[in-house]
Design a protein. Structure first.
Length: 201
């Protein structure tokens, strides 16, 4: 699927989510006006309008938004650093960069082992279990940040990202490429929260 088709289908999906949002707003008003005995709340009532305008930030600030932001940054760093081609190094700098990255990965795994697997490890829960614990709560952000570090290291050592500015710019590439994902998240999160509000008892 080429870029134009992706953009066209993404725009269609976005329009569909917007229309669904408008529909839930209007239907909640019409149904509650016609059948006030139903256990529904109108988004166009005074209470509903206060919720609609005052809850946008709360609706959007979920762990999913954090994960999407970190994953998009990690994706951009990996793509721009050339790390995807690291298994087929063609130059001495690339081979050396791969060795450095391998050492980083081994060190990271060792640190994770010491923080989670030894007796009384820091990241275990108060009862001494791994799931749930601080480790499971933070594993996705930690992995995303580590991938950024590995990509930055590979990019700088291999000269694909020769400066700190280039490394920082690589973190923004994924955000730009995932712009449709962020738009879908915004629209879907607001639609989902609206549905929960309308049908909450």
């Amino acid at each position: 699927m080429n870029t134009n088709k992706i953009k066209r289908w993404s725009a269609i999906v976005a329009q569909g989510l917007i229309l669904l949002q408008v529909a839930i707003i209007l239907l909640s008003w019409i149904i509650t006006a016609a059948k006030p005995e139903l256990q529904m709340r109108s988004l166009l009532s005074s209470e509903g309008l206060r919720w609609l305008f005052g809850s946008v930030t709360d609706n959007l600030t979920t762990p999913m938004l954090t994960f999407l932001l970190l994953l998009s940054m990690a994706y951009g760093a990996v793509v721009e650093s050339g790390l995807l081609q690291a298994l087929r190094p063609t130059t001495f700098r690339q081979r050396f960069a791969l060795r450095v990255v391998t050492a980083e990965v081994l060190l990271f795994l060792l640190v994770l082992f010491l923080l989670t697997a030894v007796p009384h490890a820091v990241l275990l829960s108060a009862t001494g279990v791994l799931i749930p614990s601080s480790f499971t709560d933070g594993i996705l952000p930690i992995l995303a940040l580590f991938v950024m570090l590995v990509a930055a290291t590979y990019g700088m050592v291999s000269a694909k990202l020769p400066t700190v500015v280039a490394v920082i710019e690589s973190l923004t590439v994924g955000i730009a490429r995932w712009r449709w994902v962020f738009l879908f998240y915004f629209l879907f999160a607001e639609l989902y929260a609206s549905i929960l509000y309308v049908f909450a008892h």
